[in-house]
Design a protein around this ligand. Sequence first.
Ligand code: ZN
Length: 301
Amino acid sequence: MAAENHFNRTRIAPTPSGYLHLGNILSFAITAKFAAQSGAEILLRIDDFDRERTNKLYIQDIFDTLNFLEIPWHAGPKNMHEYVHEYSQVHRTEMYNQGLQQLKESGEIFACTCSRTEVSRLSPESIYAGTCRDKHLPLAHTGVSWRIKTDHHRQLDVRTTNGTVSATIPLNMHDFIVKRRDGLPAYQLISVLDDIYFGVDLVARGDDLWPSTVAQHYLAAHLHKSEFSNITFHHHPLINDHSGKKLSKSEGATSVHYLRQEHRTPQDIYHLIARSLNLKEMPGSWQELTGMLPFRYMPTS
Ligand SMILES: [Zn+2]
């Protein structure tokens, strides 16, 4: 159990493409609990590389919401000024591009012209069928994405709070994208490089991101970044909406921003999270909330 271990640094990494919702807060609360138990400091990493989806309103919302709910962080931007001038992922563009270059030189990258719609048309589960694997399209063309030729049998060891889990690349990550059609490095690559750059050794994230965690291990191994395999991952259950679907940023009613406009207090927010997790008691803080959670969830694969 992680509680007995010491960790140096964990992180909360919101994407500023919408207001933070209750699901984000649960993840941050769990991260804060692990940090408090293990002596780790918390890094705030704002995942803003997708400039088109990033909105300054949502970045300010991150600072406001963390402060409102008294969720601490010790490294990373403390305010908008530090974010813009020091911590935006734009400042690390060169590092990401070096990663892409290294992948290209590995010879395991291919160009793909399939749109998301085309992939879905061939597979209802959006599993990439290897359509462009052997087309040998030029990598230098604009409007192509870069995919990595995944070896579907390669065993990857993922260190988790429940021990080491051996996994192969999940179906929905077959030949996953490392560079997007718009030319930007893809999320998995950015996240791996950032976690190494910032010295993160503990990550708590939702169960739904297990395929992403395995893909990141695949990428790190391919890039010979062995430090990545020293990171311990904890995958926690998600808060679902009334219909059992995972919460998304488009649902305003579960955003903390909306709830604050309705004059809800921090206690109200923690109560709502507890209720959606079917907890019997009502917590008044993230410390009380996480004290009520059993920390023995196995990742789903
Ligand atoms: Zn393709």
